[in-house]
Write a protein that binds this ligand. Structure first.
Ligand SMILES: *[C@@H]1O[C@H](CO)[C@@H](O)[C@H](O)[C@H]1NC(C)=O
Ligand SMILES: *[C@@H]1O[C@H](CO)[C@@H](O)[C@H](O)[C@H]1NC(C)=O
Ligand SMILES: *[C@@H]1O[C@H](CO)[C@@H](O)[C@H](O)[C@H]1NC(C)=O
Ligand SMILES: *[C@@H]1O[C@H](CO)[C@@H](O)[C@H](O)[C@H]1NC(C)=O
Ligand SMILES: *[C@@H]1O[C@H](CO)[C@@H](O)[C@H](O)[C@H]1NC(C)=O
Length: 458
């Protein structure tokens, strides 16, 4: 039965699509934004959990996350710089900003030192270290987990003095501890969701970003004096709209010369339009609120926020409509944490269990490598978002995201390239090889309903 029917279904899909689609032509000489990579975090002691996991399970999860042939090939990690007294490198106030502080280095960093070494062993070169808060004694609230501002920033005077330089020194010292361990932190952030007031580590800035504007030049100078090669990020706002406001303020204050990357999360709004900056822009955190569902391996069912195809569409929109340069999910690997869908891999007994969201990322991150450029395409396929890239090895990648309920056929032309391979993810395929018909100027791929197809031209 099955073998008798499937060729007929395939033919029907082809006929329907041929009427509506126009051939997709890739223009390799039109260089759009650069891709810095894809990534995730193991912050909040998740790196320690990963480090302590059963060694077989641990290896499987690492391969899935970082391997370029067997896994997602993630290329960026985001560590947090702990500010709680248990884990910070500066648990005690030196008494005043000008007194030499006594740092402590536990050579563990909540498992993040081990995690960073693992990532590096797979070739990860971008390590983003981000502070959620300054140590409590440097803040107007006196506590790292109470809403407050950095003392010494405009309008935030403290009896204990101006701690801006001390905070910059502290951040640079954290990077130096990693350097001592043979690991290069490449990106440094001093805020996390500064437009939000939770009851854990955090620090505020005003909507006009005046606190960040008064701190960034001090941090830049401190990094340069230490002869570190570090890109400064700002501001990891809760969502795109908030970060758009911060970005306009930073640009107006001429902060682009000191900053490296504009960073945003997507909890309060998604990345759907370009920000007004000449800097690269990263989504550095994204996930699923617990109220929207737990961890599921589902690719597509109802289009819920915890399903894979939902995230495939978000990623496509972010790269095509918002000119994004990198996309990071919240956490990577967690053990028995299925009440939340904000991590990519969980466990099922002795096995690793990837989520649908993991496969959405894989369809991009395994194939589009750091240093790639997005390139323009003409033509269109109904209900399908098309995104094309050229890697530094000259391979060309086209990602088709079909969120519609009918199968489509795409005719593809990449001038100068003739042989292509394709991979499919849908409800019954996970980054599985799928067929490409024809060669040269008449290449054709089927994009099933509710699927992503990634095509690679060598
Ligand atoms: C391809 O892109 C380049 C650079 O943007 C442009 O000059 C050229 O006209 C484009 N070619 C076609 C066929 O659209
Ligand atoms: C920090 O240490 C204290 C005392 O040892 C402990 O009670 C608390 O649970 C620790 N906090 C965290 C976040 O581990
Ligand atoms: C920035 O916003 C804060 C808080 O609303 C305000 O007090 C301050 O005057 C503003 N600074 C500038 C330079 O506009
Ligand atoms: C600084 O680091 C970047 C990668 O993060 C690298 O491309 C660049 O060559 C480095 N610059 C120097 C002067 O080492
Ligand atoms: C960027 O600037 C243009 C021109 O000033 C403006 O129309 C647009 O709304 C701005 N976009 C954002 C996201 O602020």
């Amino acid at each position: 039965m099955k073998s008798a029917f499937s060729p007929i279904l395939g033919l029907l899909a082809l006929d329907v699509a041929a009427i509506t689609a126009s051939p997709v032509t890739v223009n390799i000489s039109s260089k759009l934004q650069e891709v810095d990579g894809f990534g995730f975090s193991q912050a909040f002691v998740r790196a320690a959990e990963f480090q302590a996991a059963d060694s077989v399970l641990q290896k499987k999860a690492l391969d899935l996350l970082f391997s370029k042939d067997q896994g997602a090939g993630f290329s960026i990690i985001r560590n947090w710089i702990p500010s709680s007294s248990n884990f910070t490198i500066l648990p005690e106030s030196p008494g005043s900003p000008s007194t030499t502080p006594t740092y402590r280095w536990d050579r563990w960093d909540e498992g993040q030192l081990w995690f960073t070494k693992q990532a590096a062993s797979y070739g990860v070169e971008k390590v983003y270290a981000d502070a959620w808060s300054a140590p409590g004694f440097m803040k107007t609230s006196g506590r790292e987990a109470l809403p407050g501002y950095l003392c010494g920033t405009p309008g935030h005077d403290c009896e204990s003095g101006d701690w801006r330089q001390a905070y910059a020194n502290y951040l640079v010292q954290y990077v130096k501890f990693y350097q001592q361990e043979g690991l290069d932190v490449t990106h440094l952030g001093f805020l996390n969701e500064p437009d939000f007031k939770p009851d854990y580590s955090q620090m505020q800035i005003s909507p006009n970003a005046s606190e960040a504007i008064s701190f960034i030049p001090i941090l830049r100078q401190t990094i340069d004096d230490a002869r570190l090669n570090l890109s400064i990020t700002c501001c990891d706002a809760t969502g795109w709209k908030k970060q758009s406001g911060f970005t306009d303020a930073l640009v107006a204050a001429d902060m682009q010369k000191d900053l490296g990357i504009i960073t945003s999360h997507t909890y309060s709004s998604d990345a759907t339009y370009p920000l007004n900056t000449s800097l690269h822009v990263w989504v550095t955190e994204a996930g699923v609120p617990r109220s929207a569902g737990g961890f599921v391996p589902t690719w597509y069912n109802t289009g819920a926020l915890n399903e894979g195809l939902t995230w495939a569409s978000k990623i496509a929109t972010a790269f095509v409509d918002a000119n994004l340069n990198a996309y990071l999910y919240w956490e990577g690997f967690e053990i028995n944490a299925q009440e939340s869908a904000s991590h990519l891999i969980d466990t099922l007994g002795d096995e690793v269990l990837p989520s649908g969201v993991f496969y959405a990322f894989s369809m991009w991150s395994r194939f589009i490598r750091p240093g790639a450029h997005r390139v323009a395409t003409t033509g269109s396929v109904p209900n399908v978002v098309t995104a094309a890239f050229e890697n530094t090895d000259r391979s060309v990648i086209i990602v088709f995201t079909n969120s519609g309920s009918s199968s489509q056929s795409a005719q593809l032309l990449v001038p100068g390239r003739s042989s292509a391979h394709a991979w499919l993810t849908d409800n019954s395929h996970k980054v599985a090889r799928t067929s490409v018909k024809g060669s040269g100027s008449s290449i054709e791929v089927i994009i099933p309903a509710h699927s992503v197809v990634t095509v690679k031209f060598d």
